[in-house]
Design a protein around this ligand. Structure first.
Ligand code: UDX
Length: 458
């Protein structure tokens, strides 16, 4: 991704500075990058009373954010952002340089995309470090919040070549859709550095949250992030494979997950079977961790199996739709309910729904999708097929032979199945998230195919 050159700083709102903000003045925070991690982190840090300046390369976006407009779909973010702007301790400026002047803590919240070979592409991080390094005040602390490979803190320290600036890893564990809640009520705050005092100073920024603090080496902190995401992805792949097995042996994956979840060592979260996992983190981080291990000559076969199992979960979902259509998808009208990678986000990145759409499209199905956050037809992009967008779930279902529920949006659970049966008489619903009531579907005259459970029969 090309960074734009710095322009003039957009003047922060001239709201009087509160006493609390004055007290925090010598610990000013700069957040570089206002994607969903940077914007949420910056806004929440301001919500904790810190003085925060967020810098971004996109001047138009900076202007919109300065007016309190939130560029992403994130519950509670807009309100908190407007409060910070009104209190005067949350401002937005164009360019990293303008954000870091006089800052004590500089949070790097920059994109670290998959470089194509499984390794994270750190070019943007290194460009920004080179740009701001000479501008940092003595005693400043550079914090990596973006997910970065093990050894990045060390690399940044070497590139900075400044004995008077510390580098600290402080990974985020924010889930899209609940990011503000995750930030304000974290399970833990992880901070890692070889400079213990700097790590403690960063950890102290979160004092108000009363969360457990885990202070480690930079390497451990960097690895905690990858290990957590890859572990969760493995858990999901595991339950999705169990769903496949349950179908064959006549068991029920919902009952199995329920029975497993009582074991405190396993826990009941992240055990919902689905059409595979996706999003901007799990696929990228699982592959990156596998590559980190490979590069160091460490055998870690579980990670490749986790990714393969995920692809198989997507294959199985497409198999179910084909079976529902009688074995051949050519020319068959299929409605996709849900397009985003999970509910309560507008994010389509690495969406399992699109992976399933791709498989169906390849076999000649005629697709029509509905998602509460997608109002326009999706063009063919990133290898995924074009998907025409319907105005609502009924519109998408109209005349369909198969309706496949792919994203667990609450509104699908509320759907009027009688109305669905009217617009799509005789249709089969393939419920990839086990969200609907099988009895209600059958009562409405629809055939209902769940995931990893027995098909209910009249
Ligand atoms: C994830 C991590 O959870 C977060 O800590 C990290 O910092 C960023 O990556 P996110 O990408 O927002 O967050 O998605 P998450 O809520 O974890 O869901 C990931 C995928 O797993 C989605 O496709 C979701 O539908 C799927 N999932 C989740 C299931 O299929 N079943 C479940 O029980 C839970």
């Amino acid at each position: 991704m090309q960074r734009q050159s710095d322009g003039p700083a957009i003047q922060p709102h001239q709201t009087p500075v509160s006493r609390e903000t004055e007290q925090m003045a010598d610990g000013r925070i700069a957040v570089i990058g206002t994607g969903y991690v940077g914007l949420t982190s910056g806004t929440c840090l301001a919500g904790l009373g810190h003085e925060v300046v967020c810098g971004d390369v996109d001047p138009a976006k900076v202007e919109r954010m300065s007016r309190g407009e939130v560029p992403i779909f994130e519950d509670g973010l807009q309100e908190l952002m407007r409060q910070g702007i009104a209190a005067g301790n949350l401002t937005f400026v164009h360019g990293a340089r303008n954000a870091v002047r006089g800052a004590k803590f500089i949070f790097l919240c920059l994109p670290t995309p998959d470089g194509g070979d499984g390794r994270a592409d750190l070019r943007i991080v290194h460009q920004v470090v080179a740009e701001i390094g000479p501008l940092l005040d003595p005693g400043a602390v550079l914090v990596t919040k973006s997910t970065v490979p093990v050894g990045t803190a060390e690399d940044i320290t070497a590139a900075l070549a400044r004995d008077d600036v510390s580098v600290v890893s402080n990974p985020e564990f924010l889930q899209e859709g609940t990011a503000v809640r995750n930030f304000m009520k974290p399970d833990r705050v992880v901070v890692g550095s070889d400079d213990r005092a700097a790590a403690e100073a960063v950890a102290a920024l979160y004092d108000k949250l009363n969360a457990p603090k885990v202070i480690t080496s930079a390497e451990s902190s960097e690895l905690i992030k990858y290990a957590s995401n890859a572990f969760l992805a493995t858990k999901l792949s595991f339950i999705n494979s169990i769903a496949g097995l349950a179908e064959v042996v006549g068991a029920d994956v919902v009952e199995i997950a329920h029975g497993m979840g009582f074991d405190e060592r396993i826990g009941d979260k992240f055990l919902k079977a689905g059409p595979g996992w996706g999003g901007s983190c799990f696929p990228k981080d699982t592959k990156a961790l596998a590559t980190i291990a490979l590069d160091r000559g460490v055998s870690f076969p579980l990670l490749a199996a986790t990714t393969l199992s995920n692809e198989e979960a997507q294959d199985r979902m497409a198999d179910k739709v084909r079976d529902a259509a009688g074995g051949d998808l050519a020319g068959v009208k299929v409605a996709l309910w849900g397009l985003t990678f999970k509910a309560n986000t507008d994010d389509l990145r690495d969406s399992p729904a699109l992976e399933v759409a791709l498989r169906l499209d390849t076999e000649g199905a005629r697709l029509r999708g509905y998602d509460p956050t997608v109002s326009q037809d999706l063009p063919a992009k990133n290898g995924y097929p074009a998907v025409p967008a319907a105005g609502d779930a009924y519109d998408a279902a109209a005349g369909a032979t198969v309706i496949v529920l792919l994203t667990e949006w609450a509104e699908f659970a509320e759907i009027d199945l009688t109305k669905v049966a009217e617009v799509a008489p005789g249709a089969v619903i393939v419920d990839g998230r086990n969200l609907l009531d099988p009895q209600a579907a059958m009562a409405a005259g629809l055939r209902y195919v769940p995931l990893g459970r027995r098909e209910a029969r009249c």
